[in-house]
Design a protein around this ligand. Structure first.
Ligand code: PEP
Ligand code: MG
Length: 571
């Protein structure tokens, strides 16, 4: 057995065999063949297997993730059935007497080059489809297994270098017991997805893909961040116990599911959830969420080949609002860039994507994309209690411009005779230090703040949230962060507005007492953190915690803050 330590990214314990998610080696040799009909047969067979796999994946994606995720596989199926691609491969095998691998690669490459050089965006997307499909067919020709996370049908723990949000979205949590990756941090998007899927995860192990083989037995301890490869009998027993205790604790927490969140001395705060898709709402309700504090809409734009239409978006927003009834739903407008890419937008590569062209910066320039989203949101606004917020606001001008576009689209819709709610609050994410520093000026114009500490911490301490080597600088309890957070809360309250937090810090058991003492009104976190947080808050006195405020804000280090909170709250 060997043990690795990474970052605990999603609670719980998983014990199962390893499933490696990696593109296999697809290299091959060009061969001359005499028997071309056998080669054509091999090709036909590989195409058939690929087709039936894709049909299954598409069906799976449709039922578990919705039509929009299934669409990408329809495009792949079209490629597989296209005689204009398939016939030239067969012709090449026959006329040049070459093996199927070579004919497939050469022909596909010719089409890929041709489509990639076209002006038309739709055609360029077809190049990406052909690339994807060719890999799958090639894997079957070479008889190497091709990873299909959506098709996993036995209990496994997925191991990978990293998981893209769309890989994560394909995981079926009935079978995938957990996952562990080489890279990533607690706030990387695969970690966030793991928490919304409620599967244990440990990220940032650096070497899990080297240390573990397919089929090895793994224990993933998402509570403490450990991964054990081929554990002993004793270790399995020990972790099964830990798993049972965790389940018992969950039952305790569940008793507070339908209770409001009230501190020992009677202060009510809102405990709401972060979601990525309408499917996550079920988890919010099951975990007693009092609303949605952050709906990350970028997942609607990911894992597909083109921008989602206004109607597609409208359906998603309406579904979330309807499911949440009269509870608040804060929807964040598109926050693409950083570690969330949209290949079909073909944005040039940047040296510092987290400091680059992303989120509101992109939306204000590509206002066609922005207006489509805003119209879909405004149309959905009559189905529930909608609040809209803009991400990555660095200047008041950005907020004013974004709000003006929103109001313009509202007016357009009203003129077209479409009903739009009149009580939509418009707020911003505070995740850039400049905004936290002049929160007072912003508070006069916004309806609310939601502090995005995942980014605020990385920008304040200049430490990339994805980079494990600088993760020691990722310090939520750093006095600089506490001062910025306090500044935002005070600024909001001075103008009679509310301040929430939707970064991971809001669900952290050391941060919660601090934030309660600073007067935070709304805590938005992974759905699974809500009940433990409610249980914790029930035993805290807000008044007592508020009395520590000046002391905490003037401390020297994060360690000092942490030690103080641990002592005062018996943690
Ligand atoms: C944040 O930055 O804290 C946040 C909630 O946004 P994201 O994690 O999506 O960047
Ligand atoms: Mg952010």
């Amino acid at each position: 057995m060997s043990q690795l330590t990474g970052i605990a990214a999603s609670n719980g314990i998983a014990i199962a065999k390893a499933y490696k998610l990696a593109i296999p080696d697809l290299s091959f040799d060009k061969k001359k063949v005499d028997d071309t009909s056998t080669e054509v047969e091999r090709l036909t067979k590989a195409l058939e297997i690929s087709k039936s796999e894709l049909e299954k994946i598409k069906e799976h994606a449709r039922t578990s993730l919705g039509d929009e995720h299934a669409e990408i596989f329809s495009a792949h199926l079209l490629v597989l059935g296209d005689p204009e691609l398939i016939n030239p491969i067969k012709d090449k095998i026959e006329s040049e007497q070459v093996n199927a691998e070579f004919a497939l690669d050469e022909t596909a490459q010719m089409f890929i080059d041709m489509f990639e050089n076209m002006d038309n965006e739709y055609m360029r997307e077809r190049a990406a489809d052909i690339k994807d499909v060719t890999k799958r067919v090639m894997a079957h020709l070479l008889a190497v297994s091709f990873p299909n996370p959506a098709l996993i049908d036995e209990e496994v723990i997925v191991i990978a270098e990293d998981l893209t949000p769309s890989d994560t979205a394909q995981l079926n949590k009935q079978f995938v017991q957990g996952f562990t990756t080489n890279i990533g941090g607690r706030t990387s998007h695969s970690a966030i997805m793991a928490r919304s899927l409620e599967i244990p995860a440990v990220v940032g192990t650096k070497t899990i893909t080297e240390q573990a083989k397919e089929g090895d037995i793994l224990i993933v301890d998402g509570i403490d961040g450990d991964v054990i490869i081929n554990p002993t009998e004793d270790e399995i027993n020990e972790y099964q116990k830990k798993q049972e205790n965790f389940e018992k604790q969950k039952q305790e927490w569940a008793k507070l599911k339908d209770e409001p969140t009230v501190s020992k001395d009677g202060t009510h705060v809102e405990l709401v959830a972060n979601i990525g898709t309408p499917n996550d709402v079920e988890g919010v309700i099951n975990n007693g969420g009092e609303g949605v504090g952050l709906y990350r809409t970028e997942f609607l734009y990911m894992g597909k080949n083109e921008l989602p239409t206004e109607d597609e978006q409208f359906e998603a927003y309406k579904s979330v609002l309807e499911q949440m009834g009269d509870k608040p739903v804060v929807v964040r407008t598109l926050d693409i860039g950083g570690d969330k890419e949209l290949p079909y937008l073909e944005l040039p590569e940047e040296m510092n994507p987290f400091l680059g062209y992303r989120a509101i910066r992109l939306c204000l320039e590509r206002d066609d994309i922005f207006r489509t989203q805003l119209r879909a949101l405004l149309r959905a606004s009559t189905y529930g209690n909608l609040k809209i917020m803009f991400p990555m606001i660095a200047t008041l001008d950005e907020f004013r411009q974004a709000k003006a576009i929103l109001l313009e689209e509202k007016e357009n819709l009203t003129n077209e005779g479409t009903e739009v709610s009149d009580s939509i609050e418009i707020g911003i994410m505070v995740e850039i230090p400049s905004t936290a520093v002049i929160a007072r000026q912003f508070a006069k114009e916004v309806d609310f703040f939601s502090i995005g500490t995942n980014d605020l911490i990385q920008y304040t301490l200049a430490a990339d949230r994805m980079n494990e080597r600088v993760s020691y600088l990722y310090q939520p309890y750093h006095p600089a962060i506490l001062n910025l957070v306090n500044n935002v809360i005070e600024a909001a309250h001075a103008e009679g507005k509310w301040a929430g937090m939707c970064g991971e810090m809001a669900g952290d058991s050391i941060a919660i007492p601090i934030l309660l003492g600073l007067g935070l009104d709304e805590f938005s976190m992974s759905a699974t953190s809500i009940l433990p947080a409610r249980t914790q808050i029930k035993d805290l006195s807000k008044e007592e915690l508020a009395s520590y405020k000046e002391q905490l804000l003037s401390m020297d280090t994060a360690d000092e803050v942490e030690a103080f909170v641990r002592e005062k709250t018996n943690q």
